[in-house]
Write a protein that binds this ligand. Structure first.
Ligand SMILES: [Zn+2]
Length: 109
C-alpha cells in the first residue's frame, strides 16, 4: 500500500473517531485499524518515539481533546515536560510527513 494511501486512511479513521456514536464495538474496531495503519506508517520511517521518563516505554497516545499519555504506565506529560511533549509532536509529524521524503510526490499509486 502506498504511504499516501496509508495516511489518507489513517486520517479518515481519526475523523470518524471524532464523531461519537456511543457504539463501543465500532469504536474498538476503528481504534484497532488506526493502530495497525499507524504501525505500518511508522515502520516505513526511521523515526523513533521519545522514551517515557516513568517506565521507559515508547508508546504514546492522545485522544481528541485529551492530554498525551504513555500507553504502558498511564503517565501524562504536563507543562513541566514541555520538551517531551515537543519530541512526541515531532515524532508524530515525522511519521505523518515521511512520504514526501521517501517517495516522489507524483508517484502513481
Ligand atoms: Zn510510561
Amino acid at each position: 500500500m502506498a504511504y499516501e494511501t496509508l495516511i489518507e486512511q489513517w486520517r479518515s479513521i481519526v475523523e470518524e473517531l471524532t464523531t461519537n456514536t456511543h457504539d463501543a464495538e465500532r469504536d474498538a474496531e476503528l481504534w484497532d485499524r488506526r493502530k495497525a495503519l499507524w504501525n505500518e506508517m511508522r515502520d516505513r520511517t526511521d523515526a523513533s518515539p521519545p522514551t517515557c521518563p516513568e517506565c521507559g516505554a515508547q508508546q504514546w497516545a492522545q485522544s481528541f481533546g485529551d492530554p498525551k499519555v504513555c500507553t504502558t504506565c498511564d503517565f501524562h506529560p504536563t507543562s513541566e515536560h514541555e520538551e517531551l511533549i515537543a519530541e512526541i509532536n515531532d515524532y508524530w509529524d515525522t511519521v505523518l510527513t515521511a512520504s514526501s521524503n521517501s517517495q516522489p510526490a507524483a508517484s502513481p499509486t
